[in-house]
Write a protein that binds this ligand. Structure first.
Ligand SMILES: NCc1[nH]cc(CCC(=O)O)c1CC(=O)O
Length: 331
Protein backbone atom coordinates (compact mmCIF):
# COMPACT_ATOMS: atom_id res chain seq x y z
CA UNK A 1 0.00 0.00 0.00
CA UNK A 2 1.47 3.37 -0.99
CA UNK A 3 1.75 6.26 1.46
CA UNK A 4 -1.42 8.33 1.56
CA UNK A 5 -1.49 11.62 -0.34
CA UNK A 6 -2.11 14.51 2.04
CA UNK A 7 -5.07 16.61 0.97
CA UNK A 8 -5.17 19.98 2.73
CA UNK A 9 -8.64 21.31 3.46
CA UNK A 10 -10.38 24.01 5.44
CA UNK A 11 -12.29 22.63 8.38
CA UNK A 12 -15.72 24.01 7.50
CA UNK A 13 -18.43 21.46 6.83
CA UNK A 14 -18.59 22.63 3.21
CA UNK A 15 -14.84 22.36 2.65
CA UNK A 16 -14.67 18.97 4.36
CA UNK A 17 -17.56 17.71 2.19
CA UNK A 18 -15.98 18.84 -1.06
CA UNK A 19 -12.50 17.62 -0.12
CA UNK A 20 -13.98 14.28 0.94
CA UNK A 21 -15.65 13.86 -2.47
CA UNK A 22 -12.41 14.63 -4.28
CA UNK A 23 -10.43 12.24 -2.06
CA UNK A 24 -12.90 9.43 -2.75
CA UNK A 25 -12.92 10.10 -6.47
CA UNK A 26 -9.12 10.07 -6.63
CA UNK A 27 -8.84 6.84 -4.67
CA UNK A 28 -11.55 5.24 -6.81
CA UNK A 29 -9.78 6.24 -10.04
CA UNK A 30 -6.18 5.55 -9.06
CA UNK A 31 -6.17 3.29 -5.98
CA UNK A 32 -4.08 5.85 -4.08
CA UNK A 33 -5.16 6.42 -0.47
CA UNK A 34 -5.77 10.04 0.55
CA UNK A 35 -5.77 11.55 4.04
CA UNK A 36 -7.42 14.88 4.88
CA UNK A 37 -5.26 17.45 6.69
CA UNK A 38 -7.13 20.41 8.19
CA UNK A 39 -5.66 23.88 7.61
CA UNK A 40 -7.14 26.97 9.31
CA UNK A 41 -7.36 30.05 7.05
CA UNK A 42 -7.70 33.74 7.92
CA UNK A 43 -11.19 33.65 6.38
CA UNK A 44 -12.27 31.03 8.93
CA UNK A 45 -10.95 33.05 11.87
CA UNK A 46 -12.58 36.38 10.98
CA UNK A 47 -16.25 37.22 10.81
CA UNK A 48 -15.73 40.51 8.93
CA UNK A 49 -17.52 40.90 5.57
CA UNK A 50 -15.54 39.01 2.93
CA UNK A 51 -15.11 42.07 0.68
CA UNK A 52 -13.29 43.80 3.55
CA UNK A 53 -10.85 40.95 4.21
CA UNK A 54 -9.15 41.14 0.83
CA UNK A 55 -8.57 38.52 -1.82
CA UNK A 56 -7.53 35.02 -1.01
CA UNK A 57 -8.54 34.91 2.65
CA UNK A 58 -9.76 31.34 2.32
CA UNK A 59 -6.84 30.07 0.29
CA UNK A 60 -3.55 31.63 1.40
CA UNK A 61 -2.95 29.29 4.33
CA UNK A 62 -3.66 26.27 2.11
CA UNK A 63 -1.24 27.58 -0.48
CA UNK A 64 1.40 28.22 2.17
CA UNK A 65 1.03 24.61 3.34
CA UNK A 66 1.41 23.41 -0.26
CA UNK A 67 4.54 25.47 -0.80
CA UNK A 68 5.97 24.34 2.54
CA UNK A 69 5.30 20.72 1.60
CA UNK A 70 3.14 19.90 4.63
CA UNK A 71 0.34 18.88 2.25
CA UNK A 72 0.52 17.41 -1.26
CA UNK A 73 -2.57 18.95 -2.79
CA UNK A 74 -5.52 21.14 -1.94
CA UNK A 75 -9.11 21.53 -3.03
CA UNK A 76 -10.46 25.07 -3.25
CA UNK A 77 -13.85 26.48 -4.13
CA UNK A 78 -12.65 27.89 -7.41
CA UNK A 79 -14.54 31.15 -6.99
CA UNK A 80 -12.49 31.91 -3.86
CA UNK A 81 -9.16 31.74 -5.74
CA UNK A 82 -7.54 35.08 -6.61
CA UNK A 83 -7.06 35.47 -10.38
CA UNK A 84 -3.32 36.14 -9.96
CA UNK A 85 -1.31 32.95 -10.56
CA UNK A 86 0.33 31.46 -7.48
CA UNK A 87 4.08 31.01 -7.95
CA UNK A 88 5.08 27.36 -8.09
CA UNK A 89 1.52 26.06 -7.90
CA UNK A 90 -0.65 24.50 -10.56
CA UNK A 91 -4.37 23.81 -10.91
CA UNK A 92 -4.11 20.20 -12.03
CA UNK A 93 -7.83 19.51 -12.37
CA UNK A 94 -11.28 21.06 -12.43
CA UNK A 95 -13.73 18.25 -11.63
CA UNK A 96 -17.25 18.19 -13.10
CA UNK A 97 -18.88 21.38 -11.95
CA UNK A 98 -21.97 21.51 -9.79
CA UNK A 99 -24.93 23.61 -10.89
CA UNK A 100 -23.42 27.12 -10.63
CA UNK A 101 -26.68 29.01 -10.08
CA UNK A 102 -27.64 30.89 -6.93
CA UNK A 103 -30.51 29.70 -4.81
CA UNK A 104 -33.21 31.52 -2.88
CA UNK A 105 -34.24 30.12 0.48
CA UNK A 106 -37.35 31.99 1.59
CA UNK A 107 -39.91 31.67 4.35
CA UNK A 108 -43.22 30.02 3.54
CA UNK A 109 -41.82 28.46 0.37
CA UNK A 110 -41.81 31.78 -1.44
CA UNK A 111 -40.18 32.39 -4.80
CA UNK A 112 -38.49 35.66 -5.73
CA UNK A 113 -41.58 37.16 -7.37
CA UNK A 114 -43.66 36.25 -4.31
CA UNK A 115 -41.52 38.38 -1.99
CA UNK A 116 -43.37 41.57 -1.03
CA UNK A 117 -41.65 44.94 -1.34
CA UNK A 118 -39.66 45.60 1.80
CA UNK A 119 -38.91 41.90 2.27
CA UNK A 120 -35.54 41.37 3.96
CA UNK A 121 -33.07 39.31 1.94
CA UNK A 122 -29.70 38.36 3.38
CA UNK A 123 -26.54 37.88 1.37
CA UNK A 124 -22.89 38.80 1.81
CA UNK A 125 -21.69 39.10 -1.77
CA UNK A 126 -21.64 42.50 -3.51
CA UNK A 127 -22.51 40.71 -6.75
CA UNK A 128 -25.73 39.39 -5.23
CA UNK A 129 -26.50 42.63 -3.38
CA UNK A 130 -26.13 44.53 -6.67
CA UNK A 131 -28.34 42.16 -8.65
CA UNK A 132 -31.04 42.06 -5.95
CA UNK A 133 -31.18 45.86 -6.05
CA UNK A 134 -31.20 45.80 -9.87
CA UNK A 135 -34.45 43.80 -9.79
CA UNK A 136 -36.23 46.96 -8.67
CA UNK A 137 -38.38 45.07 -6.16
CA UNK A 138 -37.60 47.32 -3.18
CA UNK A 139 -36.04 44.45 -1.31
CA UNK A 140 -34.22 45.26 1.93
CA UNK A 141 -30.87 43.66 1.26
CA UNK A 142 -29.07 42.78 4.48
CA UNK A 143 -25.38 41.84 4.51
CA UNK A 144 -24.78 38.53 6.24
CA UNK A 145 -21.84 36.18 6.57
CA UNK A 146 -21.02 32.90 8.18
CA UNK A 147 -21.28 29.27 7.26
CA UNK A 148 -24.19 27.78 5.35
CA UNK A 149 -26.00 26.53 8.48
CA UNK A 150 -25.88 29.92 10.22
CA UNK A 151 -27.12 31.66 7.06
CA UNK A 152 -30.02 29.22 6.73
CA UNK A 153 -30.88 29.74 10.40
CA UNK A 154 -31.56 33.42 9.63
CA UNK A 155 -34.62 32.22 7.64
CA UNK A 156 -35.46 28.75 8.94
CA UNK A 157 -34.28 28.70 12.55
CA UNK A 158 -36.27 29.51 15.69
CA UNK A 159 -34.55 32.92 15.80
CA UNK A 160 -35.20 33.66 12.12
CA UNK A 161 -34.98 37.38 11.40
CA UNK A 162 -34.95 37.50 7.58
CA UNK A 163 -37.52 36.70 4.89
CA UNK A 164 -34.98 35.09 2.61
CA UNK A 165 -31.31 34.44 1.92
CA UNK A 166 -29.50 33.95 -1.38
CA UNK A 167 -26.59 31.53 -1.53
CA UNK A 168 -24.80 29.27 -3.95
CA UNK A 169 -26.82 26.20 -4.90
CA UNK A 170 -23.55 24.25 -5.13
CA UNK A 171 -22.77 24.80 -1.48
CA UNK A 172 -26.19 23.49 -0.46
CA UNK A 173 -25.83 20.55 -2.84
CA UNK A 174 -22.49 19.53 -1.35
CA UNK A 175 -24.07 19.57 2.12
CA UNK A 176 -27.15 17.66 0.97
CA UNK A 177 -29.43 20.63 1.76
CA UNK A 178 -31.08 21.38 -1.60
CA UNK A 179 -34.39 20.53 0.10
CA UNK A 180 -34.52 24.04 1.62
CA UNK A 181 -34.28 25.84 -1.76
CA UNK A 182 -37.49 27.63 -2.68
CA UNK A 183 -36.20 28.82 -6.08
CA UNK A 184 -33.06 28.24 -8.11
CA UNK A 185 -32.50 31.66 -9.60
CA UNK A 186 -32.50 32.21 -13.35
CA UNK A 187 -29.01 33.33 -14.43
CA UNK A 188 -30.64 36.06 -16.52
CA UNK A 189 -31.71 37.67 -13.22
CA UNK A 190 -28.97 36.51 -10.87
CA UNK A 191 -25.83 35.76 -12.85
CA UNK A 192 -23.49 33.55 -10.78
CA UNK A 193 -19.97 34.42 -9.65
CA UNK A 194 -17.12 33.45 -11.97
CA UNK A 195 -16.27 29.78 -11.28
CA UNK A 196 -19.12 29.31 -8.80
CA UNK A 197 -19.86 25.63 -8.28
CA UNK A 198 -16.45 24.55 -9.56
CA UNK A 199 -13.53 23.19 -7.56
CA UNK A 200 -9.83 23.73 -8.22
CA UNK A 201 -7.52 20.83 -7.39
CA UNK A 202 -4.10 22.39 -6.85
CA UNK A 203 -0.62 20.99 -6.26
CA UNK A 204 3.00 22.07 -6.63
CA UNK A 205 3.85 22.61 -10.32
CA UNK A 206 7.12 20.67 -9.99
CA UNK A 207 5.35 17.64 -8.50
CA UNK A 208 4.94 16.26 -12.01
CA UNK A 209 3.84 12.75 -11.00
CA UNK A 210 1.03 14.23 -8.95
CA UNK A 211 0.08 16.72 -11.69
CA UNK A 212 -0.34 13.72 -13.97
CA UNK A 213 -2.23 11.66 -11.39
CA UNK A 214 -4.67 14.46 -10.54
CA UNK A 215 -5.48 14.98 -14.23
CA UNK A 216 -7.87 11.99 -14.00
CA UNK A 217 -10.18 14.27 -12.02
CA UNK A 218 -10.37 16.91 -14.76
CA UNK A 219 -13.57 17.55 -16.71
CA UNK A 220 -12.66 19.47 -19.86
CA UNK A 221 -15.97 21.35 -20.40
CA UNK A 222 -16.05 22.48 -16.74
CA UNK A 223 -12.41 23.52 -16.96
CA UNK A 224 -13.00 25.54 -20.14
CA UNK A 225 -16.07 27.27 -18.67
CA UNK A 226 -14.06 28.34 -15.64
CA UNK A 227 -11.17 29.54 -17.82
CA UNK A 228 -13.55 31.79 -19.78
CA UNK A 229 -15.25 33.18 -16.67
CA UNK A 230 -12.00 33.86 -14.87
CA UNK A 231 -10.37 35.43 -17.92
CA UNK A 232 -13.23 37.92 -17.83
CA UNK A 233 -12.70 38.57 -14.12
CA UNK A 234 -8.92 38.93 -14.49
CA UNK A 235 -9.25 41.32 -17.44
CA UNK A 236 -11.59 43.48 -15.39
CA UNK A 237 -8.94 43.37 -12.64
CA UNK A 238 -11.66 42.50 -10.19
CA UNK A 239 -11.49 40.01 -7.33
CA UNK A 240 -13.79 37.34 -6.01
CA UNK A 241 -15.78 39.85 -3.98
CA UNK A 242 -16.36 42.43 -6.75
CA UNK A 243 -19.82 43.00 -8.26
CA UNK A 244 -18.81 40.98 -11.31
CA UNK A 245 -20.74 37.97 -12.55
CA UNK A 246 -19.93 35.49 -15.31
CA UNK A 247 -21.43 32.24 -16.45
CA UNK A 248 -20.22 30.04 -19.30
CA UNK A 249 -22.16 27.16 -20.77
CA UNK A 250 -20.49 24.56 -22.95
CA UNK A 251 -22.64 22.81 -25.54
CA UNK A 252 -22.18 20.89 -28.74
CA UNK A 253 -22.45 23.29 -31.63
CA UNK A 254 -23.65 22.56 -35.16
CA UNK A 255 -21.46 19.96 -36.89
CA UNK A 256 -19.04 21.85 -39.12
CA UNK A 257 -20.04 21.55 -42.78
CA UNK A 258 -18.01 19.29 -44.97
CA UNK A 259 -16.17 17.02 -42.50
CA UNK A 260 -16.95 13.48 -43.53
CA UNK A 261 -16.52 12.49 -39.89
CA UNK A 262 -19.12 15.14 -39.01
CA UNK A 263 -16.89 16.90 -36.48
CA UNK A 264 -18.94 18.12 -33.55
CA UNK A 265 -17.41 21.31 -32.23
CA UNK A 266 -17.88 22.20 -28.60
CA UNK A 267 -19.12 25.74 -28.30
CA UNK A 268 -18.87 27.99 -25.33
CA UNK A 269 -21.47 30.62 -24.51
CA UNK A 270 -20.28 33.22 -22.00
CA UNK A 271 -22.40 35.84 -20.28
CA UNK A 272 -20.85 38.50 -18.09
CA UNK A 273 -22.12 41.38 -15.98
CA UNK A 274 -20.82 44.29 -13.93
CA UNK A 275 -23.43 45.87 -11.66
CA UNK A 276 -23.11 48.83 -9.31
CA UNK A 277 -23.85 47.78 -5.72
CA UNK A 278 -27.02 49.90 -5.63
CA UNK A 279 -28.21 48.22 -8.83
CA UNK A 280 -28.62 51.46 -10.78
CA UNK A 281 -25.95 50.62 -13.33
CA UNK A 282 -26.18 47.16 -14.82
CA UNK A 283 -24.01 46.10 -17.76
CA UNK A 284 -24.67 42.63 -19.21
CA UNK A 285 -23.31 41.09 -22.40
CA UNK A 286 -22.78 37.67 -23.92
CA UNK A 287 -20.56 36.10 -26.51
CA UNK A 288 -19.96 32.68 -28.06
CA UNK A 289 -16.93 30.92 -29.48
CA UNK A 290 -15.18 27.58 -29.56
CA UNK A 291 -13.97 25.74 -26.50
CA UNK A 292 -10.32 26.20 -27.44
CA UNK A 293 -10.80 29.97 -27.34
CA UNK A 294 -12.23 30.04 -23.82
CA UNK A 295 -9.69 32.51 -22.43
CA UNK A 296 -9.94 34.82 -25.47
CA UNK A 297 -13.74 34.89 -25.21
CA UNK A 298 -13.48 35.96 -21.57
CA UNK A 299 -10.96 38.67 -22.36
CA UNK A 300 -12.98 39.97 -25.31
CA UNK A 301 -16.20 40.10 -23.30
CA UNK A 302 -14.41 41.98 -20.51
CA UNK A 303 -13.06 44.45 -23.07
CA UNK A 304 -16.60 45.08 -24.32
CA UNK A 305 -17.82 45.64 -20.76
CA UNK A 306 -14.96 48.09 -20.20
CA UNK A 307 -15.97 49.94 -23.38
CA UNK A 308 -19.43 50.35 -21.88
CA UNK A 309 -18.00 51.87 -18.67
CA UNK A 310 -17.41 48.89 -16.38
CA UNK A 311 -14.35 50.70 -15.06
CA UNK A 312 -16.34 53.45 -13.43
CA UNK A 313 -18.60 50.89 -11.72
CA UNK A 314 -15.58 49.01 -10.41
CA UNK A 315 -13.93 52.21 -9.23
CA UNK A 316 -10.77 51.81 -11.35
CA UNK A 317 -11.10 55.23 -12.92
CA UNK A 318 -10.77 57.25 -9.73
CA UNK A 319 -14.51 57.62 -9.21
CA UNK A 320 -16.24 56.06 -6.27
CA UNK A 321 -16.47 52.32 -6.65
CA UNK A 322 -16.87 49.38 -4.31
CA UNK A 323 -13.45 49.99 -2.83
CA UNK A 324 -14.22 53.51 -1.73
CA UNK A 325 -17.85 53.39 -0.71
CA UNK A 326 -19.33 52.17 2.52
CA UNK A 327 -21.32 48.99 2.43
CA UNK A 328 -22.50 46.81 5.19
CA UNK A 329 -25.38 48.92 6.36
CA UNK A 330 -28.94 47.90 5.61
CA UNK A 331 -29.63 49.84 2.46
N1 LIG B 1 -17.94 32.86 -0.89
C1 LIG B 1 -18.18 31.73 -0.08
C2 LIG B 1 -18.35 30.48 -0.85
N2 LIG B 1 -17.32 29.96 -1.56
C3 LIG B 1 -17.78 28.82 -2.17
C4 LIG B 1 -19.08 28.62 -1.83
C5 LIG B 1 -19.89 27.47 -2.26
C6 LIG B 1 -20.25 27.48 -3.70
C7 LIG B 1 -19.11 27.22 -4.63
O1 LIG B 1 -18.36 26.26 -4.44
O2 LIG B 1 -18.99 27.96 -5.62
C8 LIG B 1 -19.48 29.67 -0.99
C9 LIG B 1 -20.78 29.85 -0.35
C10 LIG B 1 -21.75 30.73 -1.13
O3 LIG B 1 -21.37 31.52 -1.97
O4 LIG B 1 -22.96 30.63 -0.83
Amino acid sequence: MSTPLRLGTRGSKLAMAQSGHVAEALTAATGRPVELVEVVTAGDRSSAPVHRLGVGVFVSALRDALTAGTIDFAVHSYKDLPTAAAAGLHVAAVPTRQDPRDALVARDGRTLTELPSGATVGTGALRRIAQLHALGMQLEVTPIRGNVDSRLARVLGPEADLDAVVLARAGLARLGRTDVITETLDPMLMLPAPAQGALAVECRADDTDLVELLAVLDHAPSHAAVVAERALLATLEAGCSAPVAAYAVVAEGEPTGSGAEGDVVQEIYLRGAVISPDGTRDLRLSRTGTLADAAEIGKALAAELLDLGADSILGHDGHAGPGTQQFGSTE
